[in-house]
Design a protein around this ligand. Sequence first.
Ligand SMILES: [Zn+2]
Length: 90
Amino acid sequence: MSETIQKVLLSELQKVRIICNNPNCGAILETPLADLGRFLPNGTCRYCNTDLMPGNENTLLTLANAIHTLNAAAKRVVVEFVLPVKPEAK
Ligand SMILES: [Zn+2]
């Protein structure tokens, strides 16, 4: 059985969703990728104030910087995500 996949270039990513996993909250926060590094400056959910960052640093800022650095190096390297496409439920 063949697998259907979708390929997404890192440079094509435009929006990011951050989902709070606090069972009493579940907020879905969405931001343009360009604003990711400054989206949650305190590292907490805007609705329930849960700490969303593992460790002592703003991991979203680290991720935003890594994405920016890789996209700026596109002459040298291209990053592509390969996503499985699930068949539509009938
Ligand atoms: Zn929350």
